[in-house]
Ligand binder design. Structure first.
Ligand code: PMP
Ligand code: GLN
Length: 383
């Protein structure tokens, strides 16, 4: 007998990050597609993990994460954003920001609700919304500057709007929010009960002396927000899949109900290692903008003589590049050509739009060794 299965996500395929990394490896191309470093996290962090494993920290951790790590997160958000988060009531450590996003949505969005997302949107948002039986309302951010059209946001709010998902610094465009963006958002949602999900996984990757405007710094916004971050990005250990969510107590309580039946808890020795490292090396986060800005500058300067047109990224470890002078191919075909023929893999940005704009933009990832960036730039300049 044939088993009949009606897909709950009929329009979802394999994520573009997996597709492009696989293609990069098949063609032995330099992989500037999926966002992960080709270098290791700090040695003391790795040593701490080995030590905790060998010392027997290998069983379930508490549901909300080990207390010491939540305390370190509280110290950090107080120092960076002047936000008071209580480790017991407001902070939950989970296996990756992806899970935090999923749980925040599952915990608060109902069938028939609408959730506003800004395109190009990180690809986990819409499926997480659809699995709740809710609808994503897409608002495009358009090239060249990808500014938010706040009038359009305002016009898109209905009685069904339950949540707005924001991502600042923004993947894949590399833009960061201004004070004015925060003001406009505040104005639009005051006097509503709309929730915010603020994806701030690149919170420490902001360049040219700009500040990161975390939602946590704005009490009127923070009181209705799930704020999500990822240790993977901040400590160069994306494969450790550990992130956290900060939210007011009633939101945290609902969030944990979902989390306990998705993964239940995060990985115990990883949490201990991260807690020790945060305590011993608080300067790590302060050094990150400089560390990645140097890589951005290296990559941008090395491809300056190519036919790609770039405007330096303001945040994240991604750099958009316009290939209009090279090819008329759609971006999905162009990245395939780049990977197979030129030997450098990148990410097309049209896949993150409901209605892609007429653009010729692709995303390169620059969280790579300088030697990797230079080799890739040489290939890109030869086109
Ligand atoms: N949000 C954005 C915008 C991202 O780029 C990523 C990167 N993976 C995530 C969430 C998920 O982070 P994690 O690997 O911690 O699940
Ligand atoms: N966030 C990473 C990126 O944008 C990839 C994460 C993933 O592969 N899911 O490249």
């Amino acid at each position: 007998m044939n088993i009949r299965l009606r897909s709950k996500l009929p329009h979802v395929g394999t994520t573009i990050f997996t597709v492009m990394s696989r293609m990069a490896s098949e063609h032995n191309a330099i992989n500037l597609s999926q966002g992960y470093p080709d270098f290791d996290g700090p040695a003391p962090l790795k040593e701490a993990l080995c030590r905790y494993i060998n010392d027997g920290y290998n069983q379930y951790s508490p549901l909300a994460g080990i207390l010491k790590l939540r305390e370190q997160v509280a110290v950090k958000v107080k120092a960076f954003y002047n936000h008071n988060a209580c480790p017991e009531e407001n902070i939950t450590v989970v296996p990756g920001a992806t899970e935090a996003i999923f749980c925040a949505i599952q915990a608060s969005v109902h069938p028939g609700d609408e959730v506003i997302v800004f395109d190009p949107a990180y690809d986990s948002y819409e499926p997480s919304i659809q699995l709740c039986g809710a609808k994503a309302i897409h608002i495009p951010l358009l090239p060249p500057d990808f500014k938010t059209d706040w009038q359009r946001v305002s016009d898109s709010i209905t009685a069904k709007t339950r949540m707005i998902i924001i991502n600042n610094p923004h993947n894949p465009t590399g833009t960061v929010w201004s004070e004015d963006d925060i003001k406009q958002l505040s104005r639009i949602i005051e006097n509503t009960d709309i929730l915010l999900l603020s994806d701030e996984v690149y919170e420490h990757l902001v360049y040219d002396n700009r500040p990161h405007l975390s939602i946590l710094s704005f009490p009127e916004l923070a009181k209705r927000a799930f704020v999500v971050s990822s240790f993977g990005k901040t400590y160069h250990v994306t494969g450790w899949k550990t992130g956290y969510c900060i939210a007011p107590q009633p939101l945290t309580s609902e969030f944990r109900k979902a989390h306990q039946f998705v993964s239940f808890v995060g990985v115990t020795p990883v949490q201990h290692a991260l807690a020790d490292f945060m305590e011993q090396y608080p300067e790590h986060c302060l050094e990150l903008p400089h560390f990645y800005q140097e890589k951005r500058d290296l990559f941008v300067s090395k491809i300056a003589s190519s036919k790609f047109r770039v405007s330096a990224s303001s945040g994240t470890y991604f750099q958009l590049a316009d290939y209009r002078e090279i090819s008329d191919l759609p971006d999905t075909a162009f990245v395939e050509y780049l990977t197979r023929t030129v030997g450098v893999a990148a990410i097309p940005i049209s896949v993150f739009y409901e209605t892609p704009p007429d653009s010729h933009l692709i995303r390169f990832c620059f969280c790579k060794e300088n030697s990797t960036l230079m080799k890739a730039a040489e290939k890109l300049c030869a086109i």
